[in-house]
Design a protein around this ligand. Sequence first.
Ligand code: ADP
Length: 381
Amino acid sequence: MYLLEEAIINPLKNCSAQKKIKSINSNIIESAKLFELITNNSTDLIILYNRDFSIIYISPSVKRVLGYEQFEIIGKKTDDIFAVHEPLKSDEPQIMAYRHKFKADRILLESVIKPVIVNGVIDCYLGISRDVAVRENLKRKLEQALKKEKAINETKSKFISMASHELKNPLATISSSLELLSIYLQDDEHLKKVKLEKHITRINTQLERLNGIINEVLLIEKTKAQNSEVKLEKLDLIDFIRQLIKESFTESHLDKIKIKSKESIIHISSNKILLYHIFKNLIENAIKYSKPDKLKIQIIIEVSDIYVEVSVKDHGIGVSSAEKDKLFNQFYRSDSASEVSGFGIGLTIVKECATMLNAKVSFRSALNKGSSFKVCLLKLV
Ligand code: ADP
């Protein structure tokens, strides 16, 4: 009876074991196919590291991403091949730069490395690396655009605060003078004339000031937009500066401004309009930022083989070293200048005009000691 049972059940048992083995085998084949499908088609790099970070496996995508064959990499450590440090054992994505084997490109890979735990201990590490160059480039461009936008907004708000201060004052003077004029119209003839003249002069001065500010702002925009070639002409620099001082500054300032030069004639090839804006602004600032008892401006002209250097030197209030980098920024005014009226565009004009002439502007300044702004022009040889 027993033998009969054995004889009947055993073949049945054997049959189901064989079925199980068959199904396991087909599962393994399926898994292997699936694994191959994933790794062959993955655009990411799939890497398996030993505990010492030598590479056990790397997906074929390494050929496309870094130009290497799988066999060149397996068994090696990343820093043997790519000269990068050992992958960081962190769950956070890390971006590192790699070199392609053949192309000169720098490749940015973002990698995540995770330990593979078997029986409670780290058996190996699994890493996934992705080429993020396009994304990082876009991010950099967006950051730059944002920075530019921020700078524009800062300039705008500086302009508004300057404008509200610098434009409001002349307007307030004009409006109060006009009010007084209408009252004085009722006075007797002589008194009326004297008072009217005084206020008409005040109105004209303030209108000139407003006009000057508007013209300077427009000049910056014009020079920035101008791509056309600057027309150059031969001129004597010393004579030009002498004329400029005579025509642009009041009698009371003339004897405070001295030109110092070993040569009596210096020919340069330049543009009179641009030179005018450069030196008018520098000399105006030298006067503006000097206390009346220390008003002594020197214009020092030095000639070398190819350059003419013109320094406008004063003994005025100067600027602190912390502010030096910002001085040429549009609408920037230093703390030391708060008591002097200004719009923060004079030096921007100087810089723009100098750029158009291929001239360099530099300066030295010490708080409460004075400043010296130097313009380096090309000499006519
Ligand atoms: P503004 O004189 O109208 O303020 P500028 O662009 O000419 O505008 O100058 C910018 C700032 O640079 C000034 O506000 C002042 O703080 C500083 N600055 C320029 N020139 C001098 C100078 N010669 N001495 C001291 N500070 C100066």
